[in-house]
Design a protein around this ligand. Structure first.
Ligand SMILES: [Zn+2]
Length: 470
C-alpha cells in the first residue's frame, strides 16, 4: 500500500462510501449488515462491510451519510414499455380489458409516436423509474425509434435492454416481413453491444403476432449474437386459444418444438400456462417477467390463474416487471412485489407461497438472473457494478424497525427512495433526479401529450365533468 504526502492511501480519494445504513446485500448468504457501508470506485463496488472497516480501507474517500437508511441493490424491471404509455398516462379509460386496451388504444397511440415523442417518453419513464429505485429496465418490444429511446435513457442514466418493434402481423403499424424485422433488430444489436449502459436485445411483440419464420429467426439471431430475447406471452387466455387453433399445441409447447425456448429467452407475463408449459419453462431454462398489476387492472383472472410462485419456488429465473403505466403498473417494483406476494398467498391459500424475501429476490438478484446480468448487477458485492439505492427509513412507516425485508416490501414503496447510483454515478439525490430536471420538461411533455392524443383522435375520457375553475 502506498501513501502519498497528504497521508492518502493511493487511489482511495476517488472512492465514495455510503455509510451507516442497513445494507441488504442480496449476496449468496443474503447477509444484512446493520450500520454497514458500500464503497464505490468508478463504475464498480469495491467494498461492502462494516462502516468502520470500510472507512479504514479507503481513507480520504468521499462519504454519503446513510444513517437510519436502508440500502439495496438497484431494482430490475424485466418488462417495461418506455414508449406509448408514458406520454398518455391515465388518459385511457379505466374500464378496458387488455385486448381492447392494446388494439383499440395502445397500438394506435404508438403508431402516431414521433421520434421526439419516443425520446420524451423514455425520459419520463426512466426518470420516474430512477426516482423509485428502478435502475435496470428491459424494453418490451414496442419501440419505433430505438436511437431516440436510447438517448432518453442515457440522459437520465439508467440501465436499459433495448430492441425495436418486432412483428410481421399484417396491416399493423411498424410491421415488416420477417427478414426486414430481423435486419432492423440486428442494427440495434450493432449499435448497442453488450457491456454498455444501453444494450441491444432481440425484442418481438410476441403473443400470436409473429410467423414461425420470425420466431425462429429471432431466436437464432439472439443465440448467434450471444444476446437476450424477449416477447409477450399468455397474459390472458387468447394466446393459448390462438396457438391451439393454428398449431394444435399450447404456446410454450409449440415454441419449444420449433426451437425458440431456451436460456436466451425472457417471456413476459405467462399467466395462462398449464402444467406441461411449466415443465417446458423449467426444462429449457427460459426466464419469465411477471407484471402483476397489469393483469389485475385488466381483470385478467390473476388470482385464479397465477402459477408464478410455483415457478419461483422451483428455481426458475423469474423477475417482476412494471409493464405500462396504463396497465396499472405504476413504476414501482416494491408495490409490484407486495402485490405479487399477496396475490400468490391468496391464489394458493398459503401464506408461505411467496413471501417478502422471495419478491425482493425477484426484483434484485433473481431478476438479474432472469435478464442475464447476474454477473454484473442484482446484489451488493465487490466487483459488481455500482447500482445502489438508498431508501429513507426515517418515516412513520419505518418506526419501530422490524424485519427489514418484510418492512421494505410491505410497509414501504418506491416513494421512500432517497439516493440512487447507476454504474457508480449518482442520478438521484434526496428523491430528485439530478440528470434531468422534471420542472424543465413538464410543460413540453404536457404539450406533446395533447398533440399525440389529437393526432390519434382520442379525447380524454373524463368520467366526471371537469371544468376550468381558476
Ligand atoms: Zn407489455
Amino acid at each position: 500500500m502506498h501513501t502519498d504526502d497528504q497521508g492518502d492511501v493511493e487511489g482511495t480519494r476517488d472512492v465514495t462510501i455510503i455509510t451507516g445504513g442497513d445494507v441488504i446485500t442480496m449476496n449468496p448468504a443474503r447477509d444484512i449488515l446493520k450500520g454497514g457501508a458500500v464503497a464505490m470506485r468508478g463504475t464498480e463496488i469495491v467494498g461492502v462491510g462494516a462502516t468502520s472497516d470500510t472507512r479504514r480501507a479507503f481513507p480520504g474517500a468521499t462519504e454519503l451519510d446513510a444513517r437510519g437508511c436502508v440500502i439495496t441493490p438497484g431494482l430490475i424491471s424485466g418488462h417495461h414499455h418506455l414508449t406509448g404509455d408514458p406520454l398518455v398516462r391515465s388518459c385511457l379509460p379505466d374500464n378496458l380489458d387488455s385486448g381492447t386496451k392494446t388494439f383499440g388504444w395502445s397500438v394506435p397511440l404508438h403508431a402516431q409516436h414521433t421520434p421526439a415523442d419516443d425520446e420524451m417518453s423514455a425520459v419520463l419513464s426512466c426518470g420516474e423509474s430512477a426516482t423509485r429505485g428502478v435502475t435496470t429496465m428491459i424494453e418490451a418490444g414496442t419501440v419505433a425509434h430505438p436511437d431516440r429511446v436510447a438517448a432518453g435513457a442515457l440522459r437520465v442514466g439508467t440501465r436499459l435492454g433495448l430492441g425495436t418493434w418486432g412483428w410481421d402481423a399484417p396491416d399493423q403499424p411498424f410491421a415488416y416481413p420477417a427478414r426486414e424485422v430481423l435486419a432492423r433488430i440486428g442494427a440495434v444489436l450493432d449499435a448497442y453491444p453488450p457491456g454498455g449502459l444501453v444494450t441491444g436485445w432481440v425484442t418481438l411483440v410476441g403473443h400470436d403476432l409473429a410467423t414461425e419464420e420470425l420466431l425462429v429467426g429471432a431466436a437464432d439471431l439472439a443465440r448467434s449474437r450471444g444476446v437476450r430475447m424477449t416477447m409477450h406471452m399468455s397474459p390472458g387466455e387468447n394466446d393459448s386459444i390462438s396457438y391451439l387453433a393454428t398449431t394444435g399445441r399450447r404456446p410454450l409447447v409449440y415454441l419449444e418444438d420449433i426451437g425458440v425456448m431456451g436460456d436466451h429467452l425472457l417471456l413476459a407475463h405467462c399467466l395462462y400456462i398449464d402444467d406441461a408449459e411449466i415443465e417446458v419453462l423449467l426444462r429449457t431454462d427460459t426466464a419469465v417477467a411477471w407484471c402483476p398489476w397489469g393483469g389485475l387492472r385488466s381483470g385478467s383472472g390473476v388470482v385464479a390463474n397465477t402459477r408464478h410462485a410455483e415457478l419461483f419456488q422451483r428455481g426458475l429465473r423469474i423477475g417482476l416487471g412494471c409493464d405500462t403505466v396504463n396497465s396499472g403498473d405504476s413504476v414501482d417494483l416494491l408495490r409490484a412485489g407486495a402485490l405479487a406476494s399477496g396475490l400468490s398467498k391468496d391464489a394458493y391459500r398459503d401464506a408461505a407461497a411467496l413471501v417478502s424475501h422471495d419478491v425482493l429476490e425477484m426484483i434484485t438478484i433473481r431478476g438479474a438472473r432472469a435478464v442475464g446480468l447476474a454477473d454484473r448487477i442484482g446484489s451488493l458485492e465487490v466487483g459488481k457494478r455500482a447500482d445502489v439505492v438508498v431508501h429513507d427509513a426515517s418515516g412513520w412507516h419505518w418506526t419501530p424497525r422490524g424485519d427489514i425485508v418484510t418492512q421494505l416490501v410491505w410497509s414501504s414503496d418506491g416513494q421512500s427512495v432517497r439516493d440512487v447510483f447507476v454504474d457508480g454515478r449518482m442520478i438521484v439525490r434526496g428523491g430528485e433526479c439530478l440528470t434531468v430536471d422534471l420542472n424543465g420538461i413538464r410543460e413540453e411533455a404536457n404539450r406533446m401529450s395533447v398533440a399525440l392524443l389529437a393526432r390519434t383522435g382520442i379525447e380524454l375520457p373524463h368520467k366526471w365533468p371537469e371544468t376550468i375553475a381558476d
